[in-house]
Every structure is written in C-alpha cells, then in structure tokens.
Design a binder for this molecule. Sequence first.
Ligand code: NI
Length: 390
Amino acid sequence: MIDFLGEAQELFEYTRDFRRDFHRHPELGFQEVRTAGIVARELTDLGLEVSTGVGKTGVVATLEGGSQEPVVLVRFDMDALPIQEETGAEYASQTPGIMHACGHDGHTAAGLAVARMLEARKGELGGMVKFVFQPAEEGLGGAEAMVADGVLENPRPDLSLSLHLWNDKPVGWIGVTPGPAMSASDRFTVKIVGRGGHGASPYLAIDPVVAGAQVISALQNIVARNVDPLESAVVTVTSMTGGEAFNVIPETVELKGTIRSFNPQVRKLVLERFEQITTGVAEALSCRAEVELKRVTPAVVNDPEMAKRVQEVAGRVFPDSVIDNKERTMGSEDMAYMMEDIPGCYFFVGSANHESGLDAAHHHPKFDFDESALPRAAALMASAVVEFLG
Ligand code: NI
C-alpha cells in the first residue's frame, strides 16, 4: 500500500500555502477567475491535460495512468460565500464581504496535493483520473453548468469521488455513509392572492394574510402526517411578506422556504402534498395560490459498494481513527447532479479543533478549520483513487 498519508504530510506546507492564498483571495460562484487560474497553472505544470472555462470558471484535467479506463472523476469545489470574515486570522480574507466560510479553499488546495501525488504514481494507476475543480457549489448551479459543458463525457467517468472538510467533527474523524448522505434541496415561492380592502371591513375583502397563516400551519402536516416516520424530510417556511399598513388588508402575501429530503419517493410525495395543501387551503379561504417549486439539487446518494470500499481504505490509511458510517446531513450538495449519472462516494473529513477554537460552523463568519485535516483529506482521496484504479 502506498503511504499517501506520509506523502501528503510532506506536502503539508505546499497545501497549506495554497489554502491560505485562496483564503486571502476568496471569489464568489462563477467568479473564481484567480483561483481557477492558479489551479490550471499548477495542473499544467504537473503535465496534465487541462481544460479551463468548463461551466464558466471550472477547470478539468486528466491524468492518464497505465490505461485509459476505468475513469475516476475526483471533484473539488472552489467558491466562497458572501460573508464578512470575523476570524481575525493572519490569512483572513482581503476582500470585504466575501470569505471562504465553508472550507472550499481547503478542498481546492487538497485537490492540488492529490494531483501532485497521483501524477508521481501514474505508472501504478490502472486507468485515468479526471480532476474536476468546480465553481459555484453554493446554490448557484456550478455542477449543472459543468455537466451541461460536457464534464461527464470524453472521457465518460465510471466512478466519482468527492469530499467535504467537516467542522461538525474533530480532526481524526472520517465519515463515509453508504446510501443517502446529504439531502435533496428544493425551494418554493407561494403567492397567495386575495382581494385587498379596509382592515375594518374584512367581510368585504378576501384576506390573504389569514390564508397564508393557515397554509403555513397546514404545511406542518406533511412531515407530521404524510411522511413515513422512519424516513426524513423538512418543510420550512422562512419568509412571509405582505401588507404594510395597520388598516389595509393586502391583495397578496408571499411565502418562501425550503424543502429537504433524502429518498426520491419521499421527495416526490412532499412536493405533491406541498402543492395540494397550498392550493387547497388557499382555495378553501377564497384565495388563489400561485406555487413555484424549484428543484435545486437531488440527494447525495453514495453507491453502497463504493462506500464500503472507501471505508476500508480509510481504515487502512487511518488505523487509529473511527470510521463513521452514519453521518447524514439535511444540508445539500450539487455534486449530487454528477452522482445521479455516475456512481460515486462523497465522504466527510473531520476538520474541527475545539482546543484551538477552530470549530465554528460552516457558513459562520468565524468559520476556520484545523489545517492538519488537509493532508488527511488529500491522503484519503488519493488512496481511494488507487483503490478503484488498482
Ligand atoms: Ni461546502
């Protein structure tokens, strides 16, 4: 077995320096011009075949081993978030209002280390590695854009591997869950149309505020009464707007929110019930509901066989670690788009350090992680690639 953990630790400064550079210069989704430029330059210098501008700012590079198949796609995301950084770190963001608050700077840097390690071992690879550095993971459709630009063709990957540094867990922890690991995400906007009027004469108006309140209450029945209690789903109304004055019944009220689920059948059921309840309740109160449902991303579903093999790899790379096979989150990930088509394994690498205070949640202005997670992430990814191209 190749000692990728040792090699990744030797590359620690290389990886950390890139991570800090990306952290200082964060870029929002589809604007990762600087980051993508550095990634493309590094991969070109390594001698890989590099394509840029895939899905607007994505970078794809192929590494040919001893044969042209199978092809393993490994994906790292590159985008930052519209958050004002409050870590006070020496390498804090130099761009006001934008920060790497999810760890994608670490993913990109670890990806470069993986490319470096695998390039040095290409003679031992029985297949091809397709490196995908993806833009705009944070709800902007980066994976879809890359798929539309042909990332899953020429060559078509047989398998995919991807990861997330995970601040919910300490360094040392590894999560590889067979089956669903991250939820599907859907968004809704509902406009409830009534008839405006004087607040003192509700009987002459059709009140969309009351209808909106009833719709919100009735929606709670989906999870409580329709979804199998052994399955999981979330329906959350996050916004209700409409009306301004003390004495005016508005014409319309607007609701917004999110729906999460793992199982495709549950997802279908929840979306159907959502529409029925919303339109039905609105109608019962003489209003009309205009429902707009946007399917954002499917669930991340790990191929059980691949997950099992990655668990075994993790057990060999980190003999002292507990490999958790139960971690699931209602958060979502657009890697799910690629995994709908290409069987894959998406795993989590614990990155928090409570003693050092590096344990703020993802997307928090104080988010930062323990950089000793970087070589661990790179080592597990490189080892998993070799497992499938062995
Ligand atoms: Ni993320």
